[in-house]
Design a protein around this ligand. Structure first.
Ligand code: ZN
Ligand code: FE
Length: 257
């Protein structure tokens, strides 16, 4: 199987997974770029997976479905471009001979889902939309900090080798914030340098991995004393414990330049 991020808009990726003949795509915010890519690689579009309702994730769905007849799968509890098959927690989507488990991850939107496949060519794979980003997480448009922390905890519990396919190339700007939170984290500094070099060559920093994110992503590290101290220093009124720390970090990031 081949995994490739087709760039779209200014910083989206439309992930394509294919077996040389049939392809699935995730969150096609627009159709023309991904159609051209599929044609260039002589692929038939089999399945479209959708994580949540934002336009930069669903804008190309109708055009792709009409042009290819691909089946469309999306979250049970979000407004969606009908018709489609709706799926919820624990359901399994079969596509390209693989099983994708649906994980409900509310927070960025209230019905956001992620798709987890336990094995694709020897390693697990996660399509997590705008929930988990490398070194960051999605903004809370419809959910509470408690929901998002719970969603992220479920993703963090997946196997460390899981390849994390996020929908945005936000890594460098997330890393600026992460380093402000944890200036003493050596793994974070080393990762920031690797990502800087990739972006200088216009290469994606993704997929990331669960193992790596647990070492460098402040939003998966609310329980770490250095992260707690930093959140506390920024907002002395934040509540104690991981939820208080997470809430303070998310609010701090929203205004961080
Ligand atoms: Zn979104
Ligand atoms: Fe998005």
């Amino acid at each position: 199987m081949t995994l490739f991020p087709v760039p779209a808009f200014s910083d989206n990726y439309i992930w394509v997974l294919h077996d040389g003949q049939r392809a699935l795509v995730v969150d096609p915010g627009e159709a023309s770029g991904v159609m051209a890519w599929l044609a260039q690689h002589r692929l038939t579009l089999d399945t479209i997976l959708i994580t949540h309702h934002h336009a930069d994730h669903v804008g190309g769905v109708a055009a792709l479905r009409d042009a290819t007849g691909a089946r469309v799968i999306g979250p049970a509890h979000e407004p969606m471009p009908e018709p489609l098959e709706r799926v919820g927690a624990g359901e399994v989507v079969k596509a390209l001979g693989l099983n994708f488990e649906v994980i409900e991850v509310p927070g960025h939107t209230s019905g956001h889902i992620a798709y987890f496949c336990a094995e694709v060519d020897g390693a697990p794979l996660l399509f997590c939309g705008d929930t988990l980003f490398s070194a960051g997480c999605g903004r809370l448009f419809e959910g509470t900090p408690a929901q998002m922390l719970d969603s992220l905890s479920r993703l963090a519990a997946l196997p460390g080798t899981t390849r994390v396919c996020c929908t945005h190339e936000y890594t460098l700007s997330n890393l600026r914030f992460a380093r402000a939170v944890e200036p003493g984290n050596a793994e974070l500094s080393a990762y920031a340098e690797r990502c800087q070099r990739l972006r200088e060559r216009n290469l994606p920093t993704l997929p990331s991995s669960i193992e790596l994110e647990k070492q460098i992503n402040p939003f998966l590290r609310a329980h770490v004393p250095a992260v707690e101290q930093s959140a506390r220093a920024h907002d002395p009124h934040s509540s104690p414990g991981p939820l208080g720390v997470f809430t303070a970090l998310r609010a701090w990031k929203n205004t961080y330049q």
